[in-house]
Design a protein around this ligand. Structure first.
Ligand code: SAH
Ligand code: F3S
Length: 504
């Protein structure tokens, strides 16, 4: 009998990609997607450890699945990804009904492990070495690369795909758990990356987003030849049938002139650079061990602006980091206003066991203060984003149509390929545009005349007469931001992913 799988994904794009790959591997072994967790033979949680909140969500979900497991003891419950690597056997201590704990460096084992558990082999924990448990090489080897074949049907939008350039991170920012749970930085060869891109494009993919924790630190040396991100972008830009290339996340110190020139000159590369500053104060950046000053960040930003004046630059910020004073917080507010980020992802500091900040610096900013600073920074960013977006009103922008808007997705009415719905797409600068058009345009590049701007999205009409003008008062700007982080994605509608747009 066919076995059925349910998987829930939280965290960043790495996790979205890992889930796609795990599901693809299991589908090749005859598994199908279940319509709900309580109808599945295996329930997986692909987890995130970057903040406590993400872990709490998973422990609550494990609490809920307990009753399913009590009724159907054969169901395999699996915790995959970063929490598995971080908490290891602690997970089974807190939730003894968990059968599988598999770290991000061991995902290739999932198909065998599930079969073993189903065959009555008992619970299994498979994780990689801790960062202090051996030589760099041994640790790196224990985080095995995971490159099974892709499965377009398992992507929310088959015409968009992530490709990994590197795994892991060696920067060890004081607050960050990623180097501990994802292991040492290891690049994939340019040949592997380009071959994967060609295959995806042959299967209908039109936009590729390269992902790495510090994607612009990418470096591959082979027989005296070194390939950096700028070279890789040039190789990908030459692929026929591919429309757009993006890459995240950038590390400020590695934003070299050749990379900025590549973004400016290669026609398919989007003018969108996510380069987290994290904070506006040199003292805090020092405590965070980020490895640059605000002067250096501004110098880098100046080079981007000089080369590509309209480029969209975005950032992450942490508020309430250890010892952050009011005056230090003010410098972050000032930075947001000075730089004019297209948008920022703002996080309240969450102490992570195993990190330098956790071991050495007290988490001394009260939660209420963190909340208030978060609110103030978001408010400042909203103003900056609105001002930035307003400059686009009256212009014509090419967008890649991604799917139904959040509003129409919530309505859950399928208008059919010729039916007009409210759709969303993104410009070359990653700005979200909302417009009414037939749903058959999903996955295509379309010119839109921009009529109005909100802080998080713009709205307009299709420029080539495919749709009637939309009365402005019917447009809904709320909630149309797709977050870079804290994506929460149940793999609930696998069939829908191939036949209809499913992401707003
Ligand atoms: N380089 C990675 C960063 C992963 S973490 C990338 O691909 O984006 C994403 C963001 O979460 C970081 O940029 C940082 O702003 C935030 N973050 C990381 N650790 C955190 C912590 N302990 N508390 C709060 N926010 C954190
Ligand atoms: Fe984390 Fe800093 Fe690396 S934020 S992922 S340690 S660059």
């Amino acid at each position: 009998m066919t076995k059925r799988l349910w998987i829930e994904t939280v965290g960043c794009q790495m996790n979205v990609l890992d889930s796609e790959l795990v599901v693809a591997a299991l589908r090749r072994q005859g598994w199908e997607m279940a319509p709900a967790a309580d109808a599945a033979d295996a329930v997986f949680y692909n987890t995130c450890s970057v903040r406590q909140h993400a872990e709490d969500k998973i422990y609550s979900a494990l609490g809920r699945i307990r009753s399913v497991k009590a009724k159907r003891p054969d169901v395999v419950v699996g915790v995959l990804g970063c929490m598995a690597q971080k908490d290891q056997e602690q997970i089974r201590k807190r939730a003894p009904w968990v059968d599988l704990v598999v770290g991000p460096g061991q995902l290739h084992q999932v198909p065998t492990l599930v079969d073993d558990v189903l065959a009555g082999g008992g619970p299994r924990i498979e994780v990689s070495l801790d960062r202090k448990a051996g030589s760099r090489d041994a640790i790196a080897r224990s985080f095995e690369s995971y490159d099974p074949d892709r499965d377009a049907a398992m992507r929310p939008t088959p015409f968009q795909a992530f490709i990994r350039t590197q795994t892991g991170c060696d920067k060890f920012c004081a607050f960050c758990v990623v180097p501990h749970v994802r292991g040492p930085e290891q690049a994939r060869s340019p040949e592997t990356i380009v071959a994967e891109a060609r295959k995806l494009v042959a299967e209908g993919c039109r936009e590729i987003t390269l992902i790495g924790q510090t994607v612009n630190s990418y470096k591959w040396s082979d027989g005296g030849r070194t390939t950096r991100l700028a070279d890789l972008l040039a190789l990908l830009d030459a692929i026929d049938g591919l429309d757009r290339i993006k890459f995240v996340t950038n590390y400020p110190r590695d934003m070299t002139d050749d990379l900025i020139a590549a973004v400016r000159d290669l026609p398919k590369v989007c003018h969108y650079l996510h380069v987290p500053a994290q904070h506006g104060s040199d003292d805090v950046l020092g405590r965070m061990k980020r490895g640059y000053t605000i002067g250096e960040y501004m110098e880098m930003h100046g080079r981007i602006r000089a080369a590509i004046p309209h480029a969209a630059v975005t950032s992450d910020f942490i508020v309430g980091f250890c010892g952050e004073t009011d005056a230090e917080f003010q410098t972050t507010l000032d930075l947001v206003k000075t730089v004019g980020f297209k948008n920022s992802f703002i996080f309240k500091y969450s102490p992570r066991p195993g990190t330098k900040a956790f071991d050495r610096l007290p988490d001394d900013v009260p939660e209420e203060v963190k909340k208030e600073r978060n609110r103030l920074l978001l408010e400042a960013q909203e103003e900056v984003s609105l001002a930035g977006n307003r400059r686009f009103v009256g212009t014509r922008q090419q967008v890649l149509v991604e799917g139904l808007s959040t509003r129409d997705e919530k309505r859950a009415v399928d208008p059919g390929p010729d039916g007009v719905a409210q759709l969303t797409g993104r410009t070359m600068c990653d700005r979200i545009i909302v417009f009414d058009a037939p749903t058959r345009l999903v996955g295509r590049l379309v010119d839109i005349d921009i009529l109005a701007a909100g802080a998080w999205s713009l709205s307009g009409v299709v420029a080539d007469g495919l749709a009637d003008a939309v009365p402005l008062d019917t447009l809904d700007f709320s909630g149309d931001t797709t977050p870079l982080y804290d994506i929460s994605l149940p793999h609930s509608k696998p069939q829908a992913a191939t036949s209809e747009p499913s992401r707003g």
